[in-house]
Design a protein around this ligand. Sequence first.
Ligand SMILES: Nc1ncnc2c1ncn2[C@@H]1O[C@H](COP(=O)(O)OP(=O)(O)OP(=O)(O)O)[C@@H](O)[C@H]1O
Ligand SMILES: [Mg+2]
Length: 264
Amino acid sequence: MAFALEGVGLRYANGHAGLSDITLSARQGECLALVGPSGAGKSSLLGVLGSALVPTSGQVRLLCETVPSGRALRQLRSRIGMVHQAPPLPARQRVVTSVLAGKLGQWPWWKSLLSLAYPQDMAGAQQTLARLELADKLFSRCDQLSGGQLQRVGIARTLYQAPELLLADEPVSALDPTLALATVQLLVDDARARQATLVTSLHAVDLALRCFDRIVGVREGRIAFDLPAAEVTQPLLQQLYAGESPQATPAAQPIQATIQVGHC
Ligand SMILES: Nc1ncnc2c1ncn2[C@@H]1O[C@H](COP(=O)(O)OP(=O)(O)OP(=O)(O)O)[C@@H](O)[C@H]1O
Ligand SMILES: [Mg+2]
């Protein structure tokens, strides 16, 4: 089991309930897309899965472990990777250093320290950047990149980390549609090739349906549905995004039927 949440609730310091009674699990190697309206709780859920947010109720198991503290937590986190919508990369840092930082939690301290001044695996960083069409940016500074390039450097850093549980929060929001499709496909292919588990939030529902087998709808801090992509219908999506009642009629077709291109 890659993760198992049982009855998880998350209340923020201001009293707002970000998540309520979430029960969700995934096997190692599964790829899930989280969809739902703004404010639904997708980032909150990813925060709990990444151990950055501690639930106020319920049980969490990540990579078969109850979430520990101290050194054991740092070790667990080195096996979990998070792609942020806006990667928190130091403005003056070189791209190569940002990518290699993906392994800081796995390398011995002396190698991590050395890598900050003398990049330790230049070839590895370049190969990873090439997968994201950024090989020529190896020595660029992060503040010299466009928003979409910076977003892909964040993805490269997590791919370089090669985590067992790969989490991504709106990883392609700054990319054009062609690059967005190729990049989501790359994340799915990478996870499948390594038997890693991937959980990605996406506002682009068409991408979610094209690239993922399993779609989890989130609304008002709860799981609204958890279905194979082929069973996600237009009425279900209308209900998810607009709160409208689904029309339970035979005309309700799986939305995939309207999509022309193949599976990732
Ligand atoms: N630090 C915080 N303190 C208080 N409330 C928060 C905090 N972060 C998020 N929330 C609230 O929790 C709810 C869920 O937020 P979350 O960021 O998880 O939504 P989301 O589905 O990721 O939205 P979006 O699609 O806009 O990124 C929202 O109502 C939000 O206002
Ligand atoms: Mg969010």
